[in-house]
Design a protein around this ligand. Sequence first.
Ligand SMILES: [Fe+2]
Length: 262
Amino acid sequence: MEDILDLDRYPLDREGSPEWDRLVEQSIAALAADGMFNLEGFLRPGIAEQAVREIKPVMDTRSHVHKRLHNIYFKPSIPELAPDHPALRKVETISHTVCADQIPGSTVMAIYEYEPLVRFLAATMGKARLHVMQDPLARANVMAYRAGEALNWHFDRSEFTTTLLLQQAERGGDLEYRTDLRSDEDANYDGVARLLEGRDPEARVLRMKPGTLNVFRGKNTAHRVTTVEGDRERMIAVFSYYEKPGVMFSDEERVGFYGRAA
Ligand SMILES: [Fe+2]
């Protein structure tokens, strides 16, 4: 794994050492302050390109294209809101997904299953343990966004999201986010409406570099990936870990996300 990950800079393989402790502390501090941390240069030079070369043929021929109009909640309605409330404004998301079962033996899957990474992530998220997912499709996905496509405004279902950027678009494809737009106590529908109208001065844009590992706390921080421009698709791996072992999606969830049950 030392040929794939920069373990000199990010010593995941030396759990309990002072440098491992320091990295965990810095990551926890960044999560508290910014709602995310980024390990830039997590992949050795050339590895992101290698991962893209492995996935591209599958992406080009067998990825699941998912196009939908949705609101920021990914729900048909919100009981306390009128259907025409501006917080329910519809946006469009288009993505191309390659599932874990389509890329066995790939660099991306080796990184996903690398036990020191799973242990490091658990420590940064304050969990006793994390486990890889058992679901053959959902455990790790690679998403591509092409010219004119975007992952539009949403809140995440899970507390943390772990991604690894493999290829950046020529323009666009940036992470735009509004930290703590809502809280568990306050849905802040007027603030949501303001953001969707492009009138929130606290929205920030982050341009990530390929090879960066990002951990993001997206449950109450609204975020999107801006519309991709240019010929090069944005390609990003999304890793799913759970506190309990053996987690599977239902057939309905698999069909909903990937267009097939198995
Ligand atoms: Fe998200």
